[in-house]
Design a protein around this ligand. Structure first.
Ligand SMILES: Cc1cc2nc3c(=O)[nH]c(=O)nc-3n(C[C@H](O)[C@H](O)[C@H](O)COP(=O)(O)OP(=O)(O)OC[C@H]3O[C@@H](n4cnc5c(N)ncnc54)[C@H](O)[C@@H]3O)c2cc1C
Length: 410
C-alpha cells in the first residue's frame, strides 16, 4: 500500500519545533506586548527580537530553497509548518513566510531573471525588505483580471514602460520596497488572457502614490489604495514574458491560495480549542456545556470540517509537490477551508456567549478577519464555478467523475 499519511521525521521535527517556538517564545512576547498597550516601539523591538530567534531556532524562511537561505520545504511540509505558525497571528511573519511576500518570493523564483532575483528576491529572503502584489482595481471586478484597466505603454525611443492606473486592497503596500504590478500592455491580444504583463516597480519611483490605507471592518491593516501616474520603469522591469501577466497571476495564486488555507487551518484549530475549553469550564442547567448534545454537535461539526480541511490541503499540496494538475483540488480547499474557518469561529463565539462577542478574547477579531477568506484570492462562487466546470467536463469528456474528484482511486 502506497498511501502513507505520516510526515517524514525531519519535517515532523520542524513542525514540532514551530509549535514550541510559537508557544514558548511568540505567545509570551505577544502577552508582554499587550501588557505594554501594543505600543508601536515595543512592537518593532518584539519583531526584531523574534525574527532573530526564528533564525536561531532554524525556522527562518521555511518555504524557500536552501541556496536562498531557506529550509527547502515543499508544499506538503509547508502545510503543517504554516498551520502551526498561524496559531499566532504574527507567526508566519516572524518566520518570513507571510502573505504577500511568500507568494512574491515563489513568483520571483519562478519568473525573475538572475539580475531581478539578486535585486529583489535576495532582500526579501533576508527579511530586510517587504513587497506587495498589485492586481485588484476598484473600478472593475477583481474576480476577472482580463478587465484590468491599469495600462503600460512602451516609449519607443527609450524602451521604458510608462504605467498609469488605480489599484486597491494592496496588502502590505505601505512600507513595501517594491510591487509586482499587473498592467495591460496588449489591449487587442486574443485571447484576453494575453493582454496583461507583470512589472516590478520600486515604490520610490515618482508617480507611485499610496492614497490611503483602506479602513476595513476590522480596522486598517495596510491594505492600500494606490494611484499610479506616469510611472516610468526600464524595459527590464518586466517580470516574465510580455502578455504573461495573467499566467503569472495564476501560477502565483494556486500555491498562494493553498498557503492561505494552511494558515486558516491554524486559526480554525485555535477556535475549536477555545470552544472546547469554554464548554469544559462553563456550567449551566445542571451540567457543563460540554455535556450538552447541542454543544457537542458544534464540536463534532467543527472537528469533521477541520479534518476534511486538512485532508484537502494535504492532497492539494501533494499534487503541487509532485507536478500533478492541482487546480480543482486547490479550489476545493480554498472554498472548504474558508467556510470552515468562518463557521468554527462563529460556533466558538456562540459557546462563549457575551464573552465571545466582547473583545476580551481574540474571537471577535478572528471572525472579522475570517470574513475576507470567502472572497479574496477567488470568491467562493468562482471556485464553485471552476469545480462545477471540471465536474461537467469529467462526465462529458471522460465518462467518469474521477478526474474531477482528485483522481482518487475509490
Ligand atoms: C484583506 C484583503 C487583502 C487583499 N489583498 C490583495 C492584494 O494584496 N493584492 C491584490 O491585487 N488584491 C488583493 N485583494 C483583493 C482581492 O483579491 C479581491 O477582493 C478579489 O479578487 C475579488 O475581487 P473584488 O473585490 O473586485 O470582487 P468582485 O470581483 O467584484 O466580486 C464580488 C462578488 O461577486 C460575486 N462574483 C464575482 N464574479 C462571479 C462569477 N463569475 N460568478 C458568480 N459570482 C461572482 C462573488 O460573490 C464575489 O464575492 C485583497 C482583498 C482583501 C479583502
Amino acid at each position: 500500500m502506497a498511501i502513507d499519511f505520516t510526515l517524514p521525521p525531519d519535517i515532523e521535527e520542524i513542525r514540532r519545533r514551530v509549535r514550541e517556538f510559537v508557544e514558548g517564545e511568540v505567545r509570551p512576547a505577544e502577552q508582554k506586548l499587550e501588557e505594554a498597550g501594543n505600543d508601536r516601539k515595543a512592537l518593532i523591538e518584539m519583531i526584531i527580537e523574534m525574527r532573530q530567534k526564528a533564525k536561531d531556532w532554524e525556522l527562518w524562511l521555511p518555504h524557500m530553497p536552501k541556496e536562498w537561505g531557506g529550509l527547502g520545504l515543499g508544499p506538503v511540509g509547508m502545510a503543517s509548518v504554516s498551520a502551526e505558525a498561524a496559531r499566532s497571528r504574527m507567526g508566519p511573519f516572524l518566520l518570513n513566510c507571510q502573505a504577500p511576500d511568500e507568494g512574491n518570493m515563489h513568483t520571483l523564483l519562478h519568473f525573475a531573471t538572475d539580475e531581478q532575483k539578486e535585486k529583489y528576491l535576495r532582500p526579501l529572503c533576508e527579511g530586510v525588505k517587504r513587497s506587495c502584489f498589485a492586481m485588484t482595481e476598484p473600478e472593475v471586478a477583481g474576480s476577472d483580471p482580463t478587465l484590468i484597466q491599469t495600462h503600460a505603454e512602451q516609449d519607443s525611443a527609450t524602451g521604458d514602460w510608462v504605467i498609469n492606473g488605480h489599484k486597491w486592497f494592496i496588502s502590505g503596500a505601505r512600507g513595501a520596497a517594491f510591487a509586482i504590478v499587473i498592467a495591460k500592455t496588449d489591449p487587442d491580444a486574443d485571447p484576453p488572457q494575453a493582454r496583461n504583463s507583470a512589472f516590478i516597480v520600486d515604490t520610490n519611483t515618482p508617480g507611485w502614490e499610496v492614497v490611503r490605507d483602506v479602513e476595513t471592518m476590522s480596522g486598517g491593516h495596510n491594505h492600500c489604495e494606490i494611484r499610479l501616474t506616469d510611472i516610468r520603469v526600464p524595459a527590464d522591469s518586466m517580470l516574465g514574458e510580455r502578455g504573461g501577466g495573467h499566467k503569472l497571476g495564476q501560477v502565483r495564486l494556486g500555491p498562494a491560495r493553498l498557503a492561505h488555507c494552511m494558515r486558516w487551518i491554524g486559526q480554525t484549530e485555535l477556535a475549536l480549542e477555545m470552544l472546547v475549553d469554554r464548554a469544559l469550564n462553563r456550567y449551566s442547567h445542571g451540567s457543563l456545556l460540554a455535556d450538552k448534545q447541542a454543544i457537542q454537535w458544534m464540536m463534532a461539526d467543527s472537528a469533521m470540517e477541520l479534518y476534511s480541511s486538512k485532508l484537502m490541503v494535504l492532497h492539494a499540496a501533494y499534487k503541487i509537490e509532485n507536478g500533478l494538475p492541482f487546480k480543482q483540488e486547490v479550489s476545493f480547499a480554498k472554498h472548504h477551508v474558508a467556510q470552515s474557518l468562518w463557521k468554527t469561529i462563529d460556533r466558538a463565539i456562540q459557546v462563549h456567549g457575551a464573552l465571545g462577542y466582547s473583545t476580551d478574547t481574540p474571537l471577535a477579531d478572528m471572525l472579522k478577519q475570517a470574513r475576507w477568506a470567502r472572497f479574496a484570492d477567488g470568491a467562493d462562487e468562482i471556485h464553485q464555478q471552476t469545480i462545477a466546470r471540471n465536474v461537467i467536463s469529467a462526465c462529458q469528456d471522460h465518462g467518469s467523475l474521477q478526474p474531477a474528484l482528485g483522481d482518487l482511486t475509490l
